[in-house]
Design a protein around this ligand. Structure first.
Ligand code: FES
Length: 177
C-alpha cells in the first residue's frame, strides 16, 4: 500500500499501515482491523476499506458487505452532536419510530448519516438498559428519557444553541486576532 493508492493524508496512511501491520492477512482479521480503524479514525473511509481488502486479498465489496452487516461500523465521520435513538422493544412501543421519523425530517438525514454541516449524526441503537425511561435518546452520551416531540425540539435547539455559542466565540477570537 502506498499513499498513491489512497486518497488519505499521510498521517492517515501511516495510521492505517500501523493497524494493518498489527494484524495477519487472514480473513479472520477483517473485523478486528475494521474495529481498530474505526477506533482510530471514528469511521471507515472508503479508501481505507479498499486498503483493507488489498491487505487481506479479498474484494472491497466483501469488506464493505461485512462492515455494513454490523451496525457498529460507520462510513461517515461523526457530527459534532451524536443522537442515538433506541429502537428496543420498550422504546418502540412508546413511540421511538415517530421520534425517528421526526428527526429524519428535521435533520434531512437517515440513521448512519451526518448532516451536511457536520453538526448532527443520527444512529439507531438497541436497548440501552433504561427501558423505564422509554422512549430514550442518547444525546452526546447523555441518556435522555421519556422523550416526546417537545423534548426532541429542545434537544435539537440545545445543539444549535451550542453551535451559535461556539460560532460567536470563534468570531470573537477571529476579531481579537
Ligand atoms: S428498549 Fe430502549 S432503553 Fe430498553
Amino acid at each position: 500500500m502506498t499513499s498513491d493508492s489512497l486518497h488519505l493524508c499521510s498521517a492517515s496512511v501511516a495510521e492505517l499501515e500501523a493497524i494493518l501491520a498489527r494484524h495477519d492477512q487472514s480473513r479472520r482479521s477483517l473485523i478486528p482491523i475494521l474495529q481498530d480503524l474505526q477506533e482510530q479514525t471514528g469511521y471507515l473511509p472508503m479508501e481505507a476499506v479498499a486498503a483493507v481488502a488489498q491487505h487481506l486479498d479479498i474484494s472491497a465489496h466483501e469488506v464493505f458487505g461485512v462492515a455494513t452487516f454490523f451496525s457498529q461500523f460507520r462510513f461517515n465521520p461523526l457530527g459534532k452532536h451524536c443522537l442515538k435513538i433506541c429502537e428496543g422493544t420498550a422504546c418502540h412501543v412508546r413511540g421511538s419510530a415517530m421520534l425517528l421519523d421526526a428527526l429524519t425530517r428535521k435533520l434531512h438525514i437517515v440513521p448512519g448519516e451526518t448532516t451536511a454541516d457536520r453538526e448532527f449524526s443520527l444512529e439507531r441503537v438497541m436497548c440501552l438498559g433504561s427501558c423505564a425511561l422509554a422512549p430514550v435518546i442518547v444525546s452526546d452520551d447523555r441518556v435522555c428519557g421519556r422523550i416526546n416531540q417537545k423534548k426532541l425540539e429542545k434537544l435539537l435547539s440545545n445543539g444549535m444553541t451550542q453551535r451559535t455559542a461556539d460560532d460567536a466565540q470563534r468570531n470573537q477570537i477571529a476579531s481579537d486576532v
